[in-house]
Design a protein around this ligand. Structure first.
Ligand code: HSE
Length: 309
């Protein structure tokens, strides 16, 4: 194999109550990445998206992930990575995870599946750490595996694929910046027991609702009493988006990852479109630029579009 081109999709981490442990893969948007062998040992990175992201491998999220993988190989290999980023960095939609995961999956294709999914996630977490300062896999796992994933544990890594009914997702991305590292710094380190009890009830309910295809249970469980009450102040219009989306028929939703995007889950496409209209109206009235779209659950994850032998 000479080169691999793939689509690496956006993801929504936390899924409201599952901070750092639950993630969901979206059909759109996705980054387009090509990885090819190079005669020169080491890694070169080219961004053709105009976001001005660092291209030094050790400062680049995809680069950090690939370097972690390449350190496992003898003799040293050479690779060239071209990234066309369509998931806006800092949107809360797993932009860094798409870069890190896409890069290591492409490398594994070139290396004829040398590494397991678990090893790929370990490498990808090294890239994710460059973006958010900590290793977490709640965007990486759904990007790699598709669908909804539960990170039961990071040490040791234990990722569980959660079967889910078809879901439609409305997303609004207010054009403000929220850095993941800042959104993590403001969180309290201690959680009152009564909040923890409520939260793990919701996490259990959400997982059961997904597995049973019980939309009412999914909706009831989309409640976060620990993280959202602290982070929602970073997102203008958040409460209104939530209340009007629920009134329009959404099952529920919340902050996408660490924000600023907000997402809502719906049972069908028409409801998701109605929710998107509410989102548009809210930000238009506030005079704040916001991008919206409707997509659906992606059960495949990363999609290989081309392999050149
Ligand atoms: N679980 C992470 C957070 C996702 O909410 O901080 C963002 O990278």
């Amino acid at each position: 194999m000479k080169s691999v081109t793939l689509h690496s999709p956006a993801t929504i981490a936390n899924l409201v109550c599952g901070f750092d442990i639950i993630g969901l893969c979206l059909k759109e948007p996705y980054d387009i990445m090509t990885l090819e062998w190079s005669d020169q040992p080491g890694l070169t990175i080219e961004h053709i998206d105009g976001y001005g992201l660092p291209i030094l491998p050790e400062e680049n999220v995809a680069g950090g992930a690939l370097l972690a993988l390449m350190r496992e190989l003898e003799p040293e290999i050479g690779m060239r990575l071209i990234i066309d980023k369509k998931i806006m960095p800092g949107s809360g939609l797993g932009s860094s995870a798409a870069s890190a995961t896409g890069a290591v999956l492409a490398a594994n294709r070139l290396l004829q599946h040398r590494f397991t999914n678990e090893e790929l996630l370990q490498f990808a977490m090294c890239g994710e750490k460059i973006a958010s300062g900590v290793k977490h896999a709640d965007n990486l796992a759904p990007c790699l595996m598709g669908g909804v994933t539960l990170i039961r544990s990071i040490h040791p890594l234990d990722v569980i694929d959660i079967p889910s009914p078809e879901l439609f997702i409305s997303v609004v991305h207010p054009q403000i910046e929220v850095k993941t590292s800042d959104a993590r710094r403001i969180l309290k380190k201690e959680v009152p027991l009564r909040s923890a009890i409520k939260q793990w009830g919701n996490i259990g309910g959400l997982i059961a609702g997904l597995m049973k295809g019980d939309h009412d249970l999914i909706g009831r469980s989309l409640e976060d009493v620990i993280i959202e009450p602290i982070r929602n102040i970073l997102i203008p219009g958040f409460e209104e988006v939530k209340s009007r989306s629920l009134a329009a028929g959404a099952l529920g939703g919340g902050i996408a990852g660490s924000g600023p995007s907000v997402f809502m889950l719906s049972k069908n496409h028409d409801t998701a479109v109605a929710v998107e209209s509410e989102m548009k109206a809210i930000y238009s009235r506030m005079g704040l630029d916001a991008k919206t779209y409707v997509t659906s659950l992606n059960s495949e994850g990363i999609h290989i579009t081309h392999e050149a032998a």
